[in-house]
Write a protein that binds this ligand. Structure first.
Ligand code: SAH
Length: 284
């Protein structure tokens, strides 16, 4: 999984120090306690930290006072940073011999543009190492008290994105094609749908058109593992009634989620009966 040995190319570098290794680190879904010990150590020791928008402030604050911390997220309110610029900045920092840590939410290899960064580092002759993290889908299931598999009802997990890039000027994390849900419809699968979108109706329509059964249990989890976590339980047939839930959110779908679906539904009903609607997503 990790890179080739230090065969750092110093072409174009005026530094005397050899290029350092770049660490491509997953930091989990938000809760700092879900960091691996390795991620923690690397963040503490980094000279330069490049991070995405979704990396939480508590995690970024672990960096040493001398560290240069750079938000290379796409939504950081500044000029849009392209993937090519991110790659270049990592390569330049590594060639200066700095400890470079690239932080990505969840696991770096799940919808994290990791492949493009690996390609760029490989072409530049920069060594790298990948540090896995807890991906949002796994964290979301845990946070609603659910298993993703159940030998009675769910023997497959399908990890998929609901979003496909339409930006021809950038190389997005997914191909610009719609999902072929028809090939995926099945009773025994649990779907983890990243980036389901704010408006869930197109996804609902696609799934129903593809033959997914209307009574399929659905759970939507927003900001899993953080104090701002919210969840919603429904069925595919009623998905269009789900409140607009804040990003980042993830949608879980499948029979294996039935138990958690009932428990979350019961909690929501109790909260509504107790008049605690304002704490529920979209019901404020
Ligand atoms: N590499 C990340 C995914 C990045 S894509 C991982 O492994 O988790 C970004 C998408 O991940 C978001 O749109 C959302 O669908 C999901 N996501 C990330 N963090 C989340 C969180 N704390 N709660 C719910 N969904 C999250």
């Amino acid at each position: 999984m990790s890179s080739q040995p230090e065969r750092s190319s110093r072409r174009g570098s005026f530094e005397t120090r050899p290029s350092s290794r770049v660490y491509l680190v997953g930091v989990g879904p938000g809760d700092p306690e879900l960091l691996t010990m390795k991620a923690y150590r690397l963040i503490r020791n980094a000279d330069v930290v490049f991070h995405d928008d979704l990396v939480s402030a508590e995690i970024i604050e672990l960096a040493a006072p001398h560290a240069q911390v750079v938000n290379v997220g796409k939504r950081c309110g500044q000029k849009k940073i392209t993937q090519t610029e991110i790659n270049t900045r990592m390569i330049v920092a590594a060639r200066r011999g700095l400890e470079v840590v690239r932080l990505k939410s969840g696991d770096p290899g799940v919808f994290g543009r990791l492949a493009e960064e690996i390609d760029a580092l490989e072409s530049a002759g920069i060594a790298y190492e990948i540090v896995p993290g807890v991906t949002a889908g796994i964290a979301a299931a845990a946070s609603v008290g659910s298993s993703l598999t159940d030998r009675r009802t769910g023997s497959r997990i399908i990890v998929i994105t609901g979003h496909h890039t339409h930006d021809p000027g950038d190389t997005g994390s997914t191909p610009n094609t719609a999902n072929d849900w028809r090939g995926l419809a099945g009773e025994d699968a649990t779907f983890i749908i990243y980036m389901p979108g704010r408006d869930l109706r197109p996804l609902q329509r696609d799934l129903l058109d593809a033959g997914f059964l209307p009574d399929f249990p659905v759970l939507i989890v927003s900001r899993a593992s953080t104090p701002a976590q919210r969840e919603w339980a429904t069925t595919l047939a009623d998905l269009h009634y789900a409140p607009a839930i804040e990003a980042p959110s993830i949608l879980l779908l499948g029979r294996a989620l039935a138990g958690a679906n009932h428990r979350v539904t019961a909690r929501i009903l109790t909260a509504v009966q107790d008049g605690a609607c304002s704490s529920l997503p979209g019901l404020a």
